[in-house]
Design a protein around this ligand. Structure first.
Ligand SMILES: [Cu+2]
Length: 261
């Protein structure tokens, strides 16, 4: 459902599409419901009437009308959706921040590319949500956290280490699958500082429901501090495909052959 305006540079357009579609569809619904009720009342069986009413068919003007109008509506919905999606999917050249997100049963790894000492990247390895005995039954402090700088262009590269997952931040009004052996991309500008919940949106095994994370959109300074804290903790470089469960994906080198055998 539409939330606060201006969460990312895409959310207002998506909200507009959603709200406008509902208004149009409710108007169609009101017309249809109105006509149904009207015909039920006006043409109801009256006292003393027997047999079937006059049977009518082949009213060309009406049939033409109820074929053409839905067709125009469908074309309209398609065109506006395609336009919105094309603008969302438009790659951002040279994004300010490039983050590789690996989905894994049942958590997330984040590689902040070209950051940290020497630009070799810093990384964060998440663990699956920890359950607790009391409400809210999840230890939010232990959730993997993706940190993004507000107002900067972001590219998220989506990868999977095992099965299909889906990267979903509900407040961003967009989700995309993470498929083993294939890289997917998301491009956006986070425009409002805050903490947003994220989750896996593709049933991926026993603890799919605990495959949660948080997104923290922070100021540029706080973002740099966070990157520095990862570097200080020794999480430099990136963690890549060597942790993937399947090492025989298309486009990957064949497994190394051990010598002396
Ligand atoms: Cu998953």
């Amino acid at each position: 459902m539409p939330g606060e305006p201006g969460i990312t540079n895409h959310t207002d357009g998506i909200t507009g599409l959603w709200v406008t579609s509902w208004i149009v569809l409710l108007l169609v619904g009101l017309a249809v419901w109105g006509l149904i009720i009207w015909s039920m009342v006006v043409y109801r069986r009256r006292k003393g009437q027997v047999g079937l009413p006059v049977q009518l068919r082949y009213n060309m003007p009406i049939e033409f009308f109820y074929t053409i109008v839905p067709f125009i509506l469908i074309i309209g919905f398609f065109a506006f959706t395609a336009r919105e999606q094309a603008s969302i999917e438009q790659p951002i050249e040279n994004p300010d921040v490039q983050i590789e997100v690996h989905g894994k049963q049942w958590s997330w790894d984040f590689n902040y590319l070209n950051e940290g000492p020497g630009g070799e990247g810093v990384y964060y390895q998440g663990i699956q949500a920890q359950q607790t005995d009391e409400s809210p039954f999840i230890d939010y402090d232990a959730l993997p956290t993706l940190v993004l700088p507000v107002g900067q262009t972001v590219e998220i590269i989506l990868e999977s280490r095992d099965v299909i997952h889906s990267f979903w931040v509900p407040d961003f009004l967009y989700k995309k699958d993470m498929i083993p052996g294939k890289s997917n991309h998301m491009y956006f500008i986070p425009e409002k500082e805050g903490t947003y919940m994220g989750k896996c949106a593709e049933l991926c095994g026993e603890f799919h429901s605990l495959m949660l994370f948080q997104v923290e959109v922070v100021s540029a300074d706080e973002y740099e501090d966070y990157i520095q804290s990862l570097a200080d903790a020794g999480f430099t470089g990136t963690i890549g495909q060597d942790l993937d469960r399947n090492q025989n994906q298309p486009g990957r080198d064949a497994p190394a052959i051990r010598e002396n055998e």
